[in-house]
Design a protein around this ligand. Sequence first.
Ligand SMILES: C[S@@+](CC[C@H](N)C(=O)[O-])C[C@H]1O[C@@H](n2cnc3c(N)ncnc32)[C@H](O)[C@@H]1O
Length: 384
Amino acid sequence: MYELMAPCHFGLEAVLKREIYDLGYEITMVEDGHVCYEADDQGIVLSNLCLRTAERVLVVVGRFTATDYESFFQGMKALPWERYIPSDGRFWITKATTVKSALFSPSDLQRVGKKAMVKRMSEVYGIERFPETGPSYPVRLFLYKNVVTVTLDSSGEALHKRGYRKKTGPAPISETLASALLMLTPWREGRILADPFCGSGTFLIEAAQMAANMAPGLGRDFVSMEWENLISKDIWKEERKWLKAAVDMPERAYLYGSDIDRTMIPVARENARRAGVEKLIRFKTADVSEFSSDRPFGFIVTNPPYGERLSETEELPDIYSRLSTVYRGLDRWSMYVISAWEDAPKYLGKPAKNRKIYNGMMKTYFYQYPGMKPPKGYFDDRDL
Ligand SMILES: C[S@@+](CC[C@H](N)C(=O)[O-])C[C@H]1O[C@@H](n2cnc3c(N)ncnc32)[C@H](O)[C@@H]1O
């Protein structure tokens, strides 16, 4: 068994916790920005392939306290690196994050940490120089109040990089954040979902993959696919095979994207095609004010401009007022808006719920306007 640690967006730990629980693993700890749980080698594979809201899947190698570089060196050297890294493995400390700790220089932690690893492995393997020609083992360190958590990154490229988004607009939402926000809404497969500021189509593509029960990692590779000393290649093969077989493409879905920027629509379509869900989403060029529907129930989940380009700032009141007018014309619909613009409620109205979410360093708000619940057993069977 391994202790795994999955970082996520601050404020969305509960969503990731649910996903991990649904995969069948025991949660051991939930802290700001990550969830820890126990799993075996198959768990590393399934987590990378299936988790929609985790940024990475890290294998915890150990924890120790360090207040100076000597204790840090000794702590790193005491860890059983040879259990994880073979003598030809390529290893380096790819990132060190430190909060409220005596040791705060990432570059020094990277340098001293690598030295300690080399020392340990030299003693165990009886070699001085490591060829580093084999598989890659990136190490990530987290220091919090002088406790060093040492992990191996089994994902490599962050998990929000699903592989389908080759092009985006200027302010795309991350795929993991889009998925987590969708999971916070009652939207489910078979219900109408519209994003009238769809940009590169992220919300709708994530929703379509959920509707098709398509694992988000099927379109990409992971660094731990090289870790044959820890995970047999057969596990990757088998799990990919089962997950592909589990894809259940609905005949159709009720997913609609529009954007005023006509150059974004071909980008969104191409991204949807790469994601394997183009037949489930309809995209078109339109101003938000053109959005309307006579369907009784539906969801708007969207990420309008929030002033990321200075030129936009003065247009925001007008854009949000138009969205508000559209929403008022959809009387039983629900609306969920993520925006960094604090004045949004002035134009959209007071939300029933407002959740603070960090998108990297940027504070954003998830304004929630739940509509009426449809009667039990209600399914959409018509277009907008
Ligand atoms: C923050 S971006 C959305 C990014 C999108 N979620 C993604 O993942 O790519 C805002 C989008 O709103 C679009 N937009 C701006 N004004 C608009 C309007 N009046 N009507 C419709 N779309 C508009 C922009 O072209 C931009 O693509």
